[in-house]
Design a protein around this ligand. Structure first.
Ligand SMILES: NC(=O)c1ccc[n+]([C@@H]2O[C@H](COP(=O)([O-])OP(=O)(O)OC[C@H]3O[C@@H](n4cnc5c(N)ncnc54)[C@H](OP(=O)(O)O)[C@@H]3O)[C@@H](O)[C@H]2O)c1
Length: 208
């Protein structure tokens, strides 16, 4: 009952697949009030598309989330919009701040944010899955390997999040001269893993 829900809501989060957004908003349109805030999280649906869809009936906001929002650790890119009243914007920041961290972005950076952070969990999970495979290859059960890798990533992310931390310095700290870690890092560099990661993000950016 989209019109019924829209009539009862101050804030309407449109969380359907991007190709459905137009149809859902067309159904909601008669119920939208001037003070209603419609928030779209759809990839590829621009603020311009949203404004067209609601035909000036209400406020529209474009937000790009990522799936760690499910555990309160999402990162939300919110597109800046001088047309949006300041108190509405503050409410949006508060709302999404409950589910993680927020960043306000100009339109020209929105797709870059999507390629890096919206798609980003897939890169991290891909990397974790590969490390777990290495663990299994060396004799850990899959469950042990996944638990170990998850703790590894959680702990490393906490270190990287400390004020003044830098991943390059943190990596140097674990690479002892002639040690085992530098041998692994050498292999990553010889096989251009950094370059491939950069190209992967740029492939997502090119498609967005
Ligand atoms: N998943 C992500 O990481 C991510 C990140 C950034 C942005 N997004 C955006 O989030 C949106 C949803 O993606 P998703 O992966 O969460 O998709 P999803 O799992 O397929 O969820 C779509 C939801 O929309 C509902 N729905 C479908 N048609 C509807 C209709 N006509 N009216 C009302 N509700 C309807 C579905 O309900 P039923 O379950 O009842 O079918 C379902 O709950 C997309 O626009 C996507 O671009 C997702």
């Amino acid at each position: 009952d989209i019109p019924g829900i829209a009539a009862r809501c101050d804030v309407l989060v449109i969380g359907v697949k991007p190709y459905l957004v137009g149809g859902v908003l067309a159904e909601a349109l008669p119920s939208l009030k001037p003070e209603t805030v419609v928030i779209s999280i759809a990839a590829g649906v621009t603020l311009h598309d949203l404004r067209d869809a609601v035909q000036g009936h209400c406020h529209v906001v474009r937000v790009m989330p990522n799936t760690p929002a499910l555990v309160g650790a999402g990162v939300f890119g919110i597109q800046e919009d001088p047309a949006l009243p300041k108190d509405v914007f503050a409410m949006i920041l508060d709302l999404f701040g409950l589910l993680g961290s927020t960043i306000v972005l100009p339109e020209k950076k929105f797709n870059a944010f999507m390629a890096l952070v919206g798609c980003g969990p897939a890169y991290v999970f891909h990397f974790m899955d590969a490390l777990a495979e290495a663990g299994v290859t060396m004799g850990f059960t899959r469950q042990e390997a996944l638990e170990l890798v998850t703790q590894l990533v959680l702990g490393s992310a906490k270190l990287a999040a400390l004020p003044g931390s830098h991943p390059a310095i943190l990596r140097e700290q674990v690479c002892s001269p002639a040690g085992v870690t530098i041998a692994a890092v050498n292999h990553l560099d010889r096989t251009a893993v950094r370059g491939h990661l950069i190209d992967a993000v740029l492939a997502a950016y090119a498609k967005s």
